[in-house]
Design a protein around this ligand. Structure first.
Ligand SMILES: [Zn+2]
Ligand SMILES: [Zn+2]
Length: 288
C-alpha cells in the first residue's frame, strides 16, 4: 500500500461491542485503527436499561479523548418504531427514545442513529408525520447529541427508503439543528439507488443534495449488500463480497467531501471481519 490507508484518509469506524463495560469499546475500535465507532448504549433487544455508572462514563470519555476519536455514534434499539399509530405503544416508544437521548448525552456521544420505522397499520404519510411529531416531543434545544434518521432499505412497510420521505420528516422538525441523516450504503442500494456505477453515484448524491441537502448528511453505515439493487431487502455483506461490490464502496471512500464524516462498518462478521473489510477498502483507495 502506498500513501495513506483508508482509516487515515477517511473517518472510518465500525459497530463495536460493549461487552464487559462500555468503556472497553474505544480500545476495541483502536485495534482496527478506527478513529470513530458505533455502539449500542444499552441491550438493544430490551426496553429497559441499566443506569450508566459515573465511573464507567468517565473511563469511556477518557478513552475516547486520549485516542483522539470523534463523531461517535449510538445506534438506538431496533424495538423502537417511531412511526407507530398505536397510542399505547407510542408513549412507550417516546419514553425509551428519550432514554436513548439521555444516555447519549451523558456519554458525550455526538450522534444517535435510528431506523425511522414501519407504517404498519397506517398510511405512509401518517407514518412520516408520527415520526416527526414524536421527534418534536423529544428534541430539546439544550440536547447535545444530534439525532440521525437512517436511510432504510424499504423492506416490508418500513419508511425512509426514499430521499423524499426523509425530507418530508425533516421538514416537519421544529429544532432543525439537532437532526440529520445516516446514509447506509446497503440500504440505499437495496432501496433502488444506483450508487455502484460512477455516474449513478454522482447522480444519487446530487439528488440527495437537492432533496435533503448534503449538509444534513452526518454519517454513513458502510455495508455491502447481499441482495441486488431495488431488492428492498436489508441484508448486509462483507465489503466487496456483495452485490454493491467494491466499486460501490469505492465511490464513498474516495469522496473527499466526506473525509470528516463518520463511516461505520456494520458487516455481518462484526469485529471478526473488519480486518478483511479494511484490506478490501485499502486496495480500492485512489491516489489523489
Ligand atoms: Zn445501518
Ligand atoms: Zn441494515
Amino acid at each position: 500500500m502506498v500513501g495513506l490507508g483508508v482509516t487515515e484518509k477517511m473517518l472510518i469506524g465500525g459497530h463495536i461491542s460493549t461487552a464487559g463495560g462500555i468503556y472497553l469499546s474505544p480500545e476495541r475500535a483502536a485495534k482496527f485503527s478506527f478513529r470513530t465507532f458505533q455502539i449500542f448504549s444499552k441491550n438493544q433487544m430490551q426496553w429497559k436499561a441499566k443506569p450508566l455508572l459515573k465511573e464507567d462514563v468517565e473511563k469511556f470519555q477518557n478513552e475516547v479523548k486520549s485516542r483522539g476519536m470523534k463523531g461517535i455514534m449510538v445506534h438506538a434499539s431496533y424495538l423502537l418504531n417511531m412511526a407507530t399509530p398505536d397510542l399505547e405503544l407510542r408513549s412507550k416508544v417516546i419514553e425509551a427514545f428519550g432514554e436513548e437521548i439521555r444516555r447519549a448525552d451523558i456519554l458525550g456521544i455526538d450522534y444517535l442513529t435510528f431506523h425511522p420505522g414501519s407504517s404498519n397499520g397506517t398510511s405512509e404519510k401518517e407514518a412520516l408525520k408520527n415520526i416527526a411529531d414524536n421527534l418534536n416531543q423529544l428534541i430539546k434545544s439544550g440536547q447535545k447529541c444530534t439525532i440521525l434518521l437512517e436511510t432504510s432499505a424499504g423492506q416490508g412497510k418500513t419508511v425512509g427508503h426514499t430521499f423524499e420521505q426523509l425530507a418530508e420528516i425533516l421538514d416537519q422538525i421544529q429544532i432543525k439543528g439537532k437532526v440529520g441523516i445516516c446514509f447506509d450504503t446497503c440500504h440505499v442500494f437495496a432501496a433502488g439507488y444506483d450508487i455502484k456505477s460512477k455516474s449513478g453515484y454522482a447522480e444519487t448524491m446530487d439528488r440527495f443534495n437537492s432533496t435533503i441537502g448534503l449538509d444534513k448528511l452526518k454519517g454513513f453505515h458502510l455495508n455491502d449488500s447481499k441482495k441486488g439493487i431495488n431488492s428492498r431487502v436489508d441484508r448486509h455483506e462483507q465489503i466487496g463480497d456483495g452485490m454493491l461490490g467494491i466499486d460501490g464502496i469505492s465511490n464513498f471512500i474516495n469522496d473527499m467531501r466526506f473525509a470528516d464524516t463518520p463511516m461505520n462498518l456494520e458487516t455481518p462478521l462484526g469485529e471478526g471481519g473488519y480486518e478483511k473489510d479494511l484490506a478490501a477498502m485499502n486496495a480500492a483507495l485512489k491516489e489523489d
